[in-house]
Ligand binder design. Structure first.
Ligand code: AMP
Length: 189
């Protein structure tokens, strides 16, 4: 199973991706997680990405395209994968299409989580306040910027993949269990 999971920040993409890993025995490829590991390890890529991520802006296409191209060549991706947080722009999607064609790894579906953005902002801010270990990109102004970046640059991917007849739309406002069940159902159709 080769999947992309799409949705605004805080929609539960990461949570759902982790459940799908178990259900389908495939790895989650999260550019956000890989970038955060690079920051934690203090690599040059991490140092360059940190400031951009703290503002809620996007790191350059070259960086994330390179991360994903390398990751797709690892053995565990032979069984499939769930892309979480990539692609985030039409340019990234076009590059990904080329990579997948070259690697003979066609996508099976793009799961698009549909959510109420105002409720999301409150959720993300509460999560940050309660956890005490808030991500440095989780304050309100940054969250609003991440949502704007999503609307402007990432949401057009729903139309892009719709044209390839790959999109499965799922209501992301239900409980995590219900969302997982709805995704699995959509993928069997
Ligand atoms: P995420 O954990 O997916 O919300 O990503 C956190 C941050 O990492 C984003 O706000 C971006 O700054 C950066 N990032 C993650 N994935 C990408 C991507 N595909 N393109 C550009 N920036 C990304």
């Amino acid at each position: 199973m080769r999947l992309i999971i799409l949705g605004p920040p805080g929609a539960g993409k990461g949570t759902q991706a982790k459940r799908l890993i178990e259900a389908y025995g495939i790895p989650q490829l999260s550019t956000g997680d890989i970038l955060r590991s690079a920051i934690a390890a203090g690599t040059p890529m991490g140092l360059a990405a940190k400031e951009v991520m703290d503002r809620g802006d996007l790191v350059s296409d070259d960086v994330v395209n390179g991360i994903i191209s390398e990751r797709l060549d690892q053995e565990d991706c032979e069984a499939g994968f769930i892309l979480d947080g990539f692609p985030r722009t039409i340019a990234q999607a076009e590059t990904l299409d080329g990579m997948l064609e070259e690697k003979d790894m066609p996508l099976d579906a793009v799961v698009a989580l549909v959510v109420d953005e105002e409720i999301l902002v409150k959720r993300i801010i509460n999560r940050a306040a309660e956890s005490g270990e808030a991500r440095t990109d989780d304050n309100e102004q940054v969250v609003r910027n991440r949502l704007k970046v999503y609307r402007d640059l990432t949401e057009p991917l729903v139309t892009y993949y719709g044209a390839q007849d790959l999109v499965k739309t799922v209501d992301g406002m239900e409980s995590p269990d219900e969302v997982t069940a709805a995704i699995k159902k959509a993928l069997t159709k």
